[in-house]
Design a protein around this ligand. Structure first.
Ligand code: ATP
Ligand code: MG
Length: 263
């Protein structure tokens, strides 16, 4: 469960000026809910995820995860509640480490144990987990991650993000850098992991049809604010054209080029 109350994020422009990126944003996400976050470039979607993960601090407001106020917690302190996958396939894994060591780290065996060999029983479990990806990586556990393709690496990052069953899964355009076949594969895996582990997930995407099919709820952002929040029947009956239209209506035609929303 995520509860965000009146979150404000701003960046200093120098000379006492501030660029306000999240404007008193409030959002509550129930346990087990999957939310697609959509909106124009620069709307503040990544910043919202960064604020939840603790990468950027709030100037005002509160963020609670599973009832714990983590507003003032550092990113590393929140890492035990938060699983994360970013757009860049190179970002979520350590290229100079093996698949096995990356997974051992992610499953919270802890950095102190990295220097010693992973016990065979854990290695076997990891091989089973990696086999779930359906990418043949289970026979390559001792290879360095730098040898994997972008799609393989992103699938591994996803597994690393979910393996500890985090309270919150944050996905920021995590299939955007992949070719259509791999994007489809990672997207299907995402759906499966979320369902299997009953995760609470926020998925940022510019792919409107994926946004509609992957989530129980759609949150549309523009200029640091939530301008639409659809769930239940409203979401079920929504279409891609309907979303673009909603964006037009909410912001006025000047802002509402389709390319702002879709990319
Ligand atoms: N570290 C930072 N320092 C200064 N400005 C920032 C920083 N991070 C984000 N911004 C600004 O905040 C605004 C929102 O950026 P953000 O990355 O959250 O947008 P977004 O909705 O994820 O856009 P996109 O769809 O292009 O990824 C932008 O104007 C951006 O320049
Ligand atoms: Mg972004």
């Amino acid at each position: 469960m995520i509860e965000i109350e009146s979150a404000r994020v701003s960046f200093s422009l120098g000379a006492g000026e501030e660029h306000v990126v999240l404007k008193n944003l409030s959002l509550s996400v129930k346990e087990g809910q999957t939310v697609s976050i959509i909106g124009s470039n620069g709307a503040g979607k990544s910043t919202l995820l960064n604020a939840i993960a603790g990468t950027v601090p709030l100037r005002a407001g509160i963020i609670c995860i599973d009832g714990v106020d983590c507003t003032r917690q550092a990113e590393w302190e929140r890492a035990r509640y938060v699983g994360r996958v970013r757009q860049n396939p190179l970002a979520g894994t350590a290229g100079a480490m093996t698949i096995l060591d990356n997974l051992a780290l992610a499953s919270r065996k802890g950095p102190r144990r990295l220097k010693i060999a992973t016990p065979p029983v854990i290695a076997r479990r990891m091989a089973e987990e990696v086999a779930q990806l359906g990418m043949g990586l289970e026979s390559r556990l001792h290879e360095n991650v730098s040898r994997l393709s972008g799609g393989q690496r992103q699938a591994l990052t996803l597994l690393m993000a979910v393996i500890s069953k985090p309270a919150v899964l944050l996905l920021d355009e995590h299939t955007a850098a992949l070719d259509p076949a791999n994007a489809e594969k990672v997207s299907a895996l995402t759906k499966r992991f979320i369902q299997e582990f009953g995760l609470t997930a926020l998925i940022v995407t510019h792919d409107m049809s994926r946004a509609l099919s992957e989530a129980d709820r759609i949150v549309m952002m523009h200029d640091g604010e939530i301008i639409a929040d659809l769930s239940g029947e409203e979401k079920t009956s929504m279409t891609v054209a309907g979303l673009v239209d909603l964006f037009r209506k909410a912001r006025g035609r000047d802002y509402a080029e389709d390319r702002d929303l879709l990319r």
